[in-house]
Design a protein around this ligand. Structure first.
Ligand code: HEC
Length: 144
């Protein structure tokens, strides 16, 4: 009948655990009031971070990556009116001509990219971020 009970160490562990939980329960962060009243400056749009979609930085890479393999002279879509060179100014002219800012989602560029009656199939389906980028670009007036 010796008392070899291990209750005490166990109780100590439990106590520690409870203390931890209680400690953690009070990690409440105060609401951040720091940015109240600060107006983000995104009017100028030079550089990154503005919300306007740029052809050169946002759209052109999507076209060279997803479309140029066929849409170049000598490519399988080389006989269409949509030819990419890899050069931003020229490609802007080709791409913007296929947009309709008054009805962005009906733009030929976007319909074909999403696969509607497109020899190249669906490249950027309507549920992809790339499609959204193209749509935002056209909605914003297809700016260079
Ligand atoms: C695998 C090859 C292939 C890829 C990749 C491809 N296309 Fe096409 N595309 C074609 C073919 C072939 C045609 C011609 C038949 C047709 O009109 O669908 C065509 C036609 C088009 C047209 C009609 C051009 C005209 O003369 O009116 C547009 C616009 C177009 N594609 C946009 C795109 C866009 C945007 C991408 C990239 C997101 C893309 N295509 C990627 C093969 C491709």
């Amino acid at each position: 009948m010796s008392s070899d009970s291990r209750i005490q160490p166990l109780a100590a562990v439990l106590t520690a655990a409870v203390a931890l939980l209680v400690g953690c329960a009070d990690f409440e962060r105060g609401p951040a009031a720091a940015d109240a009243g600060v107006t983000p400056v995104d009017g100028g749009g030079n550089g990154d971070g503005g919300d306007a979609v740029s052809f050169e930085t946002d759209v052109h890479p999507l076209l060279t990556t997803g479309c140029q393999s066929c849409h170049r002279s000598g490519g399988s879509a080389g006989s269409t009116s949509f030819l990419l060179t890899g050069e931003s100014d020229a490609d802007y002219a080709a791409a913007s001509a296929l947009t309709d800012s008054a009805n962005p989602s009906a733009s030929r560029l976007l319909r074909k990219a999403a696969g509607a009656g497109h020899g190249g199939g669906a490249i950027y389906g309507a549920d992809t971020p790339e499609y959204q980028t193209l749509l935002s670009w056209i909605s914003g007036g297809a700016q260079p």
